[in-house]
Design a binder for this molecule. Structure first.
Ligand code: NAD
Length: 279
């Protein structure tokens, strides 16, 4: 896919951060974009800011809907409403995600349910809702699943996040094999720190999954994470890298050069486990 003009994109988690930047970049390239998110006020602001840019630069059209990606029916319904509004969907960005963590023995069952529902099942629901549609319309299409470099590396106190992001990498690599030779491209986005509101994810945690036991997050660690995120990459730069990844049909999209050395270390240490094995 080289040219986004007149195509339709569906972006989840589009009211903030990387999703909003993806929506902005796709609109600027002339695509019509449906923004899907759970956060009503932020979504209204996002649409208003994109519409202003749209009028100024004559890009594609923008619309929005409230959609909880953890709910399969809601995602199915959002897909139907997007098709009714803009016609065939060509770009799917399964981007919505949340963060929660702590020492593994302390992470509550509710936290696991929440993060698996959004980060893992949210992507599953997007694939279920859109792949049959993309196969049916037969036009060129591309799916981008947002994982993280935490889908390639294991970090202390980030067990639930890493587990769900490893799952997104695994699903996307599987999907790439399943769709090889088709005109549906597949990418997994693996950024490191990006300047967004991911560290404030609890703002969207459903009351039913808050749990009876307080989540024990070390305040020093919390402010350390807030700082690395504040110092992180501009989400607009991430979106530009994603569009270039779609154009070159790249499976793995990385955004931070320094991850190459960290990943090499991990892969070398895995391969070292074969040393000394009988041939
Ligand atoms: N910011 C980073 O450093 C970073 C790094 C690697 C990966 N990521 C991933 O990028 C993606 C986007 O996050 P971000 O950093 O832009 O954070 P963000 O909090 O700024 O944006 C996430 C968006 O997802 C929405 N959302 C949350 N739960 C939802 C649900 N159930 N249904 C629909 N929408 C929901 C939020 O309302 C928000 O608008 C996530 O998958 C995240 O894990 C972020």
């Amino acid at each position: 896919m080289q040219n986004f003009q007149g195509l339709t994109a569906f972006v989840t988690g589009a009211a903030s951060g990387i999703g909003l930047s993806l929506a902005r970049a796709l609109l600027a390239e002339g695509a019509n974009v449906m923004l899907a998110d759970i956060e009503t006020e932020a979504l209204k602001h996002a649409v208003a800011s994109l519409e202003a840019a749209d009028r100024a630069a004559a890009c594609g059209q923008v619309d929005s809907l409230i959609c909880d990606v953890a709910n399969a029916d809601a995602v199915g319904d959002a897909a139907q409403r997007t098709i009714a509004r803009f016609g065939n969907v060509h770009v799917l960005c399964n981007n919505a995600g949340v963060g929660t963590g702590g020492p593994l023995e302390e992470v509550t069952t509710e936290s696991w349910q929440w993060i698996i529902g959004v980060n893992l099942m949210g992507v599953v629901h997007g694939l279920q809702a859109f792949i049959p549609h993309m196969k049916k319309h037969g036009e060129e299409a591309h799916i981008v699943n947002t994982a993280s470099v935490a889908g390639m590396l294991c970090l202390p106190h980030m067990g639930p996040y890493c587990a769900t992001k490893f799952a997104v990498v695994a699903m996307t690599e599987t999907l790439a094999a399943e769709l090889a030779g088709s005109n549906i491209g597949v990418s997994v986005l693996c950024p490191m720190w990006v300047r967004t509101r991911i560290h404030e994810s609890d703002r969207n945690r459903p009351a039913s999954l808050r749990g009876t036991r307080p989540v024990n997050v070390d305040p020093a660690r919390r402010s350390e994470i807030a700082q690395v995120i504040a110092d992180g990459l501009d989400p607009d730069a991430v979106a530009a890298t994603v569009l270039s990844g779609i154009r070159s049909r790249r499976l793995h999209i990385f955004t931070h050069r320094e991850n190459e050395a960290i990943l090499s270390e991990r892969f070398d240490s895995i391969l070292a486990a074969f040393a000394g094995m009988p041939k």
